[in-house]
Write a protein that binds this ligand. Structure first.
Ligand code: NAD
Length: 453
């Protein structure tokens, strides 16, 4: 069946109202959960082939995320879907007001390769929970994970409800010409703009989960041991190919030397060597070459070695970096950690403000004024104080960017709302209404209205 036909069938199927039934939604969420559990080993094998991601990382950062999302929606679906009563203002008395969560219709989810399961399936889970039909286009860059997701979905779900479409730029371009009720895109800011333009043609709403350069600030008031350990973990997880990884560090000059030693200690302790079976590899040759070019040999404090055959790049720390260095011009998306030192906390906040709004920002300090300034002054999608990356794991927090790092958000109830239309309904009684709003009008009526409103 051609993709145009599938999208058209999804539109027809949505109109049958079946996806609005809570039991129906739950049945398919449970089915997806069971399929993920049954196929767990195949999922591990595929991602291992694509970029050497370990079972441990795949479970903790991908599979468990999707399973937890399913669990959350199975548990909360009834209350999330229930119309919410809100106050009714004076002019609308006597009446009641409600907000209905209405499924949008047919959704297109376009995934990225770096967390291929989480970034493809978590939006699908939220979209199905909210009562929609979906087409998934996983990233072709992680080819084996794309193929396994396509196989699992297309062999087990009716295409008029959920369909996974295999392909790259050409196929995505074709999809973007079709009319969807929502496009949920995860990927680069560059492609995000292409998606946004295409969506505008059909006035399709979008959620854009994009990237950017996410800073982590470490001040002299931080617990340096804790900061170093958490940063090394969050930066080199997935070999730095994480959208919310700290892209670069801003370290207060007076503690820099001591802090660098700690970073070195943890990198060595975590043993990210070229024959490690848990340190992820670079996704492909193109990215490998792009990253190698960013390593300025004169500025290496630690690391810098690589193995082209294994697509391995050692965790690398660059020092004496300033904003003009090449490594500071684009999102790194790899295991290279540049460090800029600073002496004045407020000046460094202002310098961050000169750049595009990042997807994440992190601050390590025990000083409450610094915490307050960081939270109030900087604009970023989401972040942590005294940790990195972990805000993603709390589904009570919305996850998404701002400005160049994205539009909209998801996770937990925010995901449900992202795939729903908040439909306002006012219900009036058929009695007890003053005649004042109806013609014929007079100055007396206007004076009353002025007082009333
Ligand atoms: P990408 O933008 O290259 O690709 C994303 C998707 O878009 C893929 O499915 C791909 O097939 C499609 N695509 C690529 N070029 C296209 C084109 N010209 N026209 C139409 N479709 C096209 O991104 P990527 O390399 O997969 O992922 C890396 C980027 O994604 C980084 O910037 C990273 O920060 C960001 N990211 C963001 C999040 C988030 O949740 N905010 C998560 C992961 C990655």
């Amino acid at each position: 069946m051609k993709i145009q036909e599938i999208v058209s069938k999804q539109k027809d199927f949505f109109k049958t109202q079946q996806t609005k039934n809570i039991k129906f939604r739950k049945m398919y969420l449970e089915k997806l959960r069971d399929l993920i559990i049954e196929n767990e080993n195949l999922l591990y094998e595929a991602i291992q082939k694509d970029f050497g991601k370990s079972k441990f990382d795949t479970f903790t950062t991908e599979i468990s995320f999707v399973l937890n999302d399913i669990k959350y929606y199975l548990k909360n679906l009834k209350s999330l879907s229930k119309p919410k009563k809100v106050n009714t203002n004076l002019v609308n008395q006597i009446g009641t007001s409600r907000i209905h969560q209405e499924p949008l219709g047919n959704i297109l989810v376009i995934g990225a390769w770096n967390y291929p399961y989480q970034l493809s399936l978590s939006p699908i889970v939220a979209a199905l929970a909210a009562g929609n039909c979906c087409v998934l286009k996983p990233s072709e860059i992680a080819e084996n994970t794309m193929k396994i997701m396509v196989k699992i979905i297309n062999e087990n779900f009716p295409p008029e409800y959920v369909y996974a479409y295999e392909g790259g730029i050409e196929e995505t371009t074709e999809l973007l010409k079709l009319k969807f009720d929502k496009i949920f895109f995860t990927g680069s800011t560059k492609v995000g703009k292409i998606v946004y333009k295409a969506a505008a043609e059909n006035l399709t709403s979008v959620t854009l989960e994009l990237g950017g350069k996410s800073p982590a600030i470490i001040t002299k008031e931080a617990n340096l041991e804790v900061a170093a350990k958490r940063i090394v973990w969050g930066k080199f997880l997935n070999a730095g190919q994480t959208c919310v990884a700290p892209d670069y560090l801003l370290v207060e000059e007076s503690i820099q030397e001591q802090f660098l030693e700690m970073l070195r200690k943890y990198i060595q302790e975590f043993n990210y060597t070229s024959d490690s079976d848990y340190y992820t590899r670079i996704i492909n040759q193109k990215n490998f070459e792009r990253l190698i070019k960013l390593i300025n040999k004169d500025k290496i404090y630690f690391g810098g070695t690589s193995d082209n055959e294994k697509l391995y790049i050692e965790p690398t720390i660059l020092t004496n970096i300033n904003w003009d260095d090449e490594v500071m011009q684009e999102e790194i998306f790899g295991p290279i950690l540049p460090i800029i030192s600073f002496t004045n906390f407020n000046i460094i906040l202002n310098e961050i403000l000169e750049h595009e709004k990042p997807l994440a920002a992190y601050l390590f300090t025990n000083n409450s004024e610094e915490k307050e300034n960081f939270t109030q002054k900087l604009s970023f999608g989401g972040g942590c104080i005294n940790d990195v990356v972990m805000h993603l794991g709390n589904d009570n927090l919305p996850f998404g960017g701002v400005g160049n790092s994205g539009i909209g958000n998801y996770h937990g109830k925010f995901g449900f709302e992202t795939f729903s239309h908040q439909k306002a309904v006012l219900e009036r009684t058929t009695w007890g209404e003053p005649n004042i709003k109806y013609p014929p009008y007079s100055d007396k009526k206007l004076n009353w209205i002025k007082k009333f409103l």
